[in-house]
Ligand binder design. Structure first.
Ligand code: BG6
Length: 501
């Protein structure tokens, strides 16, 4: 049987002149093409509002590949072969003729392929257009074969639980759930996918993966970048909606989920939803105690001065939007009862570093005089891709003296394969009709349910306990205090050596 990868594919990108298309989607599709993962017959229709000369448009896409592709500059011949399949369609998402025009093109392409191909519609647009475009596709029966036609919806998926539910209802009335691919690009990252392999293909860790042996877990996604030109969007979002509701909670799910019975998309997604449902809901008083929010002030990152958040473009001068969140969450199930999961993310931090640290408990039975550092498993997602295990070892010499050391697995040393970008993996899954790494409707809603008490509390007390931190630092000190008594500080990749005490 043919898979989606070999079936002819018509890919339509709405929002073709946006940043996402240029930086991520086209470079990913180009790399899939050069690595021979795209089907032999494919076409990419790029739809956007503004009139555009097709040649100039393609040159801009080429510039995007040259600048952002993991493989560097495009090869002239490969680019020509790829680019001849790209077409720019000028169209207002609000107008009927955009959809009739697109339908005409897709039908003509389909006819040539004996209607045997899949259709992918990527919504790389502002959230206000999602329903409009979905309605256009539905009304004009452009995306109606539930085994072959798919839509890909970018985050943010709603702005709270109610809007997410409304959007889910809207989409599922028009498309089958299996046609809807809600993307969270963190799930496509190589090192994130590897956590599943690490946990469920190495039985040695499973007996230890619970409250009896694990002291706490830290999930930290630090970003060097500030909000840059995205102030308009970010003001209405903040770090909680932008990062925690999706990326960080998804990382937590992978770390905390039970083993699915098989490696099968629905079973995996069921196991993740269960984790979200088991997260303890907080009262407003508990929110104030367990969740810290911060906002960056003027500072510098790598010696380059940074504006305070409140002076960024399109940001209110008295904004209370958080650019940093740290939270202590508990999963009230048998496996995790009482084990804190510390989540942290922030912008304008000293370095980019996404790390998960599983801290094991101290040995209850001590036979050595030295202080023992408890075992620690460190999963680095980016920029390094590594897994290390910290353990005690005897320092060579005539005395029994101990010191913690690390056992390291790095992708660089173990593999010669190149690491695909998250969007490459995810786009290929869409073409192949594999939803494992995408968010199901109930998953998105369960994640919103986790953050709703926090959003509601902050709405009620807009400025209460908004901690300021200098750009280029690791966030407010209140976030460090949150770790007590479990840890003295957040684990930082850049400070790994210091942290091995
Ligand atoms: C996006 C957020 O989803 O993820 C951005 O909207 C953030 O604010 C980005 O910068 C981080 O992604 P990555 O892959 O660079 O860690």
């Amino acid at each position: 049987m043919k898979t989606g990868k070999t079936l002819p594919a018509a890919i339509t990108i709405f929002g073709a002149k946006g940043d996402l298309t240029k930086r991520k989607l086209i470079p990913a599709l180009y790399n899939l093409y050069t690595d021979k993962h795209l089907p032999p017959v494919f076409v990419i229709y790029c739809v956007d509002f503004l009139p555009e000369d097709e040649t100039a448009f393609k040159l801009d896409l080429l510039a995007g590949i040259n600048e952002f592709s993991r493989n560097g500059k495009a090869n002239e011949k490969e680019w020509e072969g790829f680019a001849k399949n790209i077409f720019y369609l000028q169209g207002d998402f609000l107008k009927t003729e955009t959809y009739t025009g697109l339908k005409g093109k897709l039908d003509a392409f389909g006819k040539k392929q004996k209607q045997n191909g899949s259709r992918i519609f990527y919504f790389a647009v502002a959230p206000r257009f999602i329903e409009i475009i979905a309605e256009g596709l539905y009304k004009h029966t452009i995306c109606n074969r539930d085994g072959l036609d798919r839509i890909v919806v970018e985050k943010p998926f709603g702005t709270d639980l109610d809007t997410a539910k409304k959007l889910n209802r809207f989409l599922t009335k028009r498309f089958a759930e299996k046609q809807i691919y809600r993307i969270d690009h963190y799930l496509g990252k190589e090192a994130v996918q590897n956590i599943m392999a690490f946990r469920f293909a190495n039985y040695v860790f499973e007996p230890l993966w619970n409250k009896k042996y694990i002291d706490h877990v830290q999930i930290s996604v630090a970003e060097e970048v500030g909000v840059g030109k995205r102030g308009g969007y970010y003001e209405g979002s903040g770090a909680l909606r932008d990062m925690v509701q999706n990326h960080l909670l998804q990382l937590l799910c992978i770390v905390a989920m039970d083993s699915p019975e098989f490696y099968q998309s629905e079973l995996i997604r069921d196991a993740k939803v269960k984790v979200l449902k088991d997260i303890r809901p907080y009262t407003p008083a508990q929110v104030l105690k367990n969740v810290i929010r911060g906002q960056y002030t003027a500072g510098n990152v790598h010696g380059v001065p940074r504006l305070p958040y409140r002076k960024e473009e399109h940001v209110l001068s008295a904004s209370n939007t958080e650019t940093f969140v740290a939270a202590r969450l508990f999963i009230d199930n048998d496996r995790w009862k009482g084990v804190p999961f510390f989540l942290r993310t922030g912008k304008s931090m000293p370095v980019q570093s996404s790390v998960i640290v599983v801290q094991f408990k101290d040995s209850p039975h001590k036979i050595f005089k030295d202080d023992i550092t408890p075992n620690r498993l460190i999963i680095s997602i980016q920029p390094e891709l590594e897994i290390s295990l910290l353990f005690e070892s005897k320092v060579p010499g005539l005395k029994m003296k101990l010191k913690p050391v690390e056992m390291d697995f790095t992708y660089q040393e173990s593999y010669t394969e190149t690491i695909p970008e998250a969007y490459e993996a995810l786009l290929l899954d869409v073409l192949d009709g594999n939803p494992t790494l995408f968010m199901r409707a109930d998953q998105v809603e369960a994640a919103w349910k986790v953050v709703m008490p926090i959003l509601d509390t902050w709405k009620k007390y807009p400025a209460k306990e908004l901690h300021l931190y200098k750009a280029g630092t690791w966030g407010p000190t209140a976030a460090t205090a949150l770790l007590k008594p479990y840890a003295k500080d957040w684990f930082r990749l850049s400070a790994r050596e210091d942290s091995i005490k």
